[in-house]
Design a protein around this ligand. Structure first.
Ligand code: MN
Length: 135
């Protein structure tokens, strides 16, 4: 029996390998991670994989994270997926701009405080759980 099935599935859309390694190290114990390295791959596979949550890098080569989010929100299948933005742009006003785009939360990279990550993930998983956002 695959133990991974017992854990909530989190999709990570991230082109930076170091950050993927870090996210695996922080989240593998409690969650099952699937990683996509670009927007088109993520959009194709998210419809089938149906994760409980998405961690989406804003700065992706080709199609950026903002466009990926717009397309997720435009599809009935993925519209209600909780999505946390990951961005290296730690500039004033960015948080407001990112949330205004429709992300559910925001984490700046590098992730220096894993508790912020754990808290954001747990908060959104509660909301998307059985009887959650789509009830
Ligand atoms: Mn990136």
């Amino acid at each position: 029996m695959d133990r991974a099935l017992d854990r909530p599935l989190i999709a990570v859309v991230e082109d930076n390998e170091d950050n993927c390694v870090l996210l695996h190290a922080l989240l593998d114990e409690q969650y099952h991670l699937v990683v996509y390295t670009n927007g088109p791959e993520a959009l194709e596979r998210l419809r089938h994989d149906r994760p409980a949550l998405v961690l989406l890098d804003v700065s992706l080569p080709g199609m950026d994270g903002l466009e990926v989010l717009r397309r997720l929100r435009a599809s009935p299948t993925t519209r209600d997926l909780p999505v946390i933005a990951l961005t290296a742009h730690a500039m004033a006003g960015d948080r407001e701009r990112i949330l205004a785009e429709g992300f559910d939360d925001y984490l700046s990279k590098p992730i220096l405080d894993e508790h912020l990550l754990f808290a954001a993930v747990a908060r959104l998983l509660v909301r998307s759980g059985p009887g959650g956002a789509q009830a």
